[in-house]
Design a protein around this ligand. Sequence first.
Ligand code: GRF
Length: 226
Amino acid sequence: MATRAITVLASGRGSDLQSVLDSIAAGWIANARVGLVLSDDPDAFALERARRHDIPAEAVPAAPGRDGKAAQEARIAQLAAQHDADHLLLLAGYMRILSKDFVRAHPQRIINIHPALLPAFPGRDGPGDALRHGVRVAGCTTHFVDEGIDTGPIILQGAVRVHPDDDRDTLHARILRLEHQILPRTVDLWAQDRLRLDGRTVRIRPGDTWAEKVEPVEEAMYPHGF
Ligand code: GRF
């Protein structure tokens, strides 16, 4: 199977992006490569991470005005398509909502990671919302993007224990350590073509596991398929 191209969209420091780059460099993800990194923020450190790996990186800020979002998304689609017809759009800390038209144009080709156990706590602050709600278990979710907000078919989830003295940042940091394993494994399963959609359930075809490879995140629970 030819190496499959991924375009990564990130808005911030890019540690999720880095976890994918590191897993590819380590040979844990055999037939995928990050061909392009885009950000809505020209100052996003994720762009610098790409440049350090000699990966094309470009800011595509939201253009002003009523048609600004459409123009930004058209540019994203154009740049991604230039890098490979088979690309996956991976949202690794991308903080903008993609339009329904854009999502419809990319069925089962956009994967997102969210720092909560969806469908609980969608939106901009999963860890904070979970902590304020008083949960005992939190975590992260990778999913195909559909036309809703964090509502698409779930691929993998990982769970961590919430500590009594946690604040938002300590909880998010623990979740992020798990994200850095769940996200690359999700990319690996996609690259191995082991994901099949059955209604809104993602079936994972049998194959290898990362269980023996990774240093488990303290007290974390890993899903079927990891
Ligand atoms: C991650 O927690 C991701 O789940 C959320 O934003 C954060 C991005 O972190 N959407 P980074 O920029 O990849 O370090």
